[in-house]
Design a protein around this ligand. Sequence first.
Ligand SMILES: [Zn+2]
Length: 415
Amino acid sequence: MERSLTSPVIVPECRLCGADLTETFVNLGMSPLCESFLAADKLDERESFYPLHVRVCPSCLLVQLPAYVAGEDIFSDYAYFSSYSDSWVAHAKNYADSMAETLGLDENSLVTEVASNDGYLLQHFVARGIPVVGVEPAANVAEVARAKGIRTEVEFLGPETGAAVAAKHGRADLVCGNNVYAHIPDITGFTKGLAALVKETGLVTLEFPHLLRLIERRQYDTIYHEHYQYYTLLTAQRALASGGLHLVDVEELDTHGGSLRVHARLTEQPLSQRAQDLLAREAEAGLHDVAGHKGFAAEVDKVKFDLLDFLITARREGKTVVGYGAPGKGNTLLNQCGIREDLLAYTVDRSPHKHGKFLPGTHIPIFAPDRIEKDRPDYVLVLPWNLKIELDAQLAYVRDWGGKLVYPIPTLEVS
Ligand SMILES: [Zn+2]
């Protein structure tokens, strides 16, 4: 780490290659941890805010948020329960069915999932009689999985814990990790853990949001402290290689606004045609050099200004605006825009764990969804835009009283 004599600013280092992170991707200012919902008796207390200053590595191009907060502080009592989203559970079932069939998994196989949450995915393998092991760092979430009969170890994955789980339960035919690869500051240690869990002939699949889509669809609200890095296929390939895994294939998915499912193995194989094609598309989009990452910050400003224009006008006209959903991404958006109860009276969420609590930073209260039917607001600002198809149907009743749904991203949509 270099320290200039004229400037006290310390430049963080790339967690993958060690280069100085001198280039900014986007700086969203200060924000609290997006899942640190507040109880009513904590509202008058001091709250911790951390920078959301995302860098792009000038050497390996990994887009990353320096680890301002340790993973243990974020994930050991995580409030996110995957099973509260219908479309996410359906996505998991499709994955389990197709993998079981493609790989010919049966009662003699083993599927290990990292960050297995409440068992939303592994339950589908269990239903097919395929043995499973979950590795989940949050003890309270792992308890829920165990209660459903999903064998679960409470661990943070690294080289040692990966080896220990493999020694206890065996190495797996399929190791999967959905929406975890962006959440780990020690990429190389985690990848070595995956390598320890998988059989020599086995397959590793990982799903994570694709930086190309994040940029194209202006999804800057998916940037939060829990997401330490934002991959292209190129940087994912480099990350996998750092822990001894070889990228062999990739699928493009619609989940979380546009994700990749990479396939990796312990032994090298020729890269599939669709992986080669995707690498070429990323290069065309400019994402295989630093300069191509610039310009996103201006797009972020457009989203912010449009949303604030809308909310301020609505409030000036005396309209009521409430939120739907209390996802992590909503908190990035609301904090970065400075939206509080003045502009958004409250939000609602299906997860009962959040009811009666308040959003971090903005202190907007969270209620159960039936509050919307009672209050009949003029506008409902939908925060989890990634569930748009599901929510358009679920919230169709808002139009019964002339209410409208508002989506802030990628461009403000009122309908
Ligand atoms: Zn780097």
